[in-house]
Design a protein around this ligand. Structure first.
Ligand SMILES: [Zn+2]
Length: 164
């Protein structure tokens, strides 16, 4: 095989490896698998404080969250833009209790920001999300073996074959 041909093969193989096994992303986003949950919780805190402000300004207070309420908050400029859902197909914001009286906002999928299973405070995440996190924990444990090591080994072998 000519040297040029071997280098072309080397480029193709390693290009495919990078496409199929991007080093920083595992099956579920690698070690950062909780980032959507964090975004979701920060949305919840933001909406709660915005509703608190709205309620101080209005005698007709907001007691629960729904799409309609989010529209009102945007229209009256309490929210700059419509909420962006970290998991658009799964996140849905609901409330428990009256929001002017210590009620909480939670996500049907991710649960509530202040959830504490020991004190049974807040709203737990959905079973579906719990299952997803279990998979992520296993996946991130083997992250380097499954997603980084194979690409590295292929890189070394093809480099030796192509250039030496
Ligand atoms: Zn959510």
């Amino acid at each position: 095989m000519s040297k040029t041909f071997r280098i072309i093969i080397w480029l193709i193989v390693n290009g495919l490896v990078i496409l199929l096994y991007p080093p920083e992303y595992g099956l579920h986003g690698g070690p950062n698998y909780r980032y959507k949950e964090k975004q979701c919780f920060s949305n919840q805190r933001m909406m709660l404080s915005v509703i608190e402000m709205y309620n101080m300004d209005h005698s007709q207070m907001i007691s629960e969250i729904n799409e309609n309420v989010i529209d009102i908050l945007v229209r009256e400029k309490y929210l700059k833009t419509k909420i962006s859902y970290p998991d658009p197909r799964k996140c849905k914001y609901l409330s428990r209790g009256e929001l002017m009286n210590d009620g909480i906002i939670y996500c049907e999928y991710h649960g509530s920001a202040g959830y504490n299973s020991n004190k049974s405070e807040g709203v737990p995440p959905s079973k579906e999300y719990e299952k997803y996190i279990e998979e992520c924990v296993i996946d991130s444990k083997y992250h380097y073996i499954k997603h980084v090591a194979p690409g590295f080994v292929i890189f070394i072998i093809t480099t030796v074959l192509a250039f030496f």
